[in-house]
Design a protein around this ligand. Structure first.
Ligand code: CA
Length: 231
């Protein structure tokens, strides 16, 4: 996305989620700062300079709603996405009343978090570049709006997961992606790291995008993972 200047504040005390979200956002070109308590979040958030705040509801000191109220109370207008393990209408209403802009229930897939953040940033007038709709490597083209994939003049039919997998590679051409990274990005952090689902899907994807063509694009980098490039 070429968006290294976008700064996100992540407020979360669960290290597993911090790790998963932080790595995902960094891979998408965001600069991420982490606050692990409510007070730390208020202090950092008030300094401003963030284009979005991801705020967990359950924190060790203040809760997410109190953090939200304090930030809004001091005039901080940064878009806030609230995370919670609970999913009741009352929680959602209270969260939005406290000043949050959107609301996401755990567990969530990274792609959904990313989509919500991008919408919030656009709505909040944050400095997000217009999102690329079409990605191209050699004669392989993927369009994220029409969900159409072409190799030259040939239409390639992909399942939603195969599409997500290919999109993941096309957003980072030439970069080697590990199995763990692919699992997190395409299947979400709750996926079992010992599963061979990535290898299975890579094989399927390869069959569809590479088998009938001379130039092979999806490559195995032994010991590291996979990459998509035309070299
Ligand atoms: Ca928490």
């Amino acid at each position: 996305m070429g968006a290294g200047y976008m700064r996100v504040l992540l407020v979360e005390d669960d290290e597993r989620i911090v790790d998963f979200v932080q790595r995902g956002l960094k891979a998408e070109g965001f600069a991420v700062e982490v606050a692990r308590s409510g007070l730390e979040a208020v202090a950092l958030g008030t300094e401003g300079n963030f284009q979005a705040i991801i705020l967990d509801l359950g924190l060790p000191d203040l809760n997410g709603m109190q953090v939200c109220e304090r930030l809004r109370g001091t005039g901080v207008a940064t878009p806030i996405l609230m995370l919670t393990a609970r999913d009741t209408v009352q929680d959602k209403v209270t969260g939005l009343r406290s000043g949050a802009d959107d609301y996401l229930t755990k567990p969530f897939a990274f792609e959904e978090l990313l989509a919500r953040i991008e919408v919030l940033m656009r709505r909040g007038g944050g400095e997000i570049s217009p999102e690329t709709k079409e990605f191209r490597i050699a004669d392989l083209v993927l369009n994220v709006e029409t969900h159409k994939v072409m190799r030259g003049e040939t239409i390639i039919d992909l399942t939603p997961k195969e599409f997500a997998l290919l999109e993941c590679f096309m957003r980072m051409p030439g970069r080697v992606l590990s199995r763990t990274r692919i699992l997190e990005q395409v299947w979400g952090y709750s996926a079992d790291p010992l599963t061979n689902v990535v290898d299975v899907y890579i094989r399927q994807l390869r069959r569809k995008i590479d088998d009938d063509f001379d130039l092979k694009l999806l490559k195995t980098v032994r010991g590291f993972g996979y990459k998509l490039d035309a070299s």
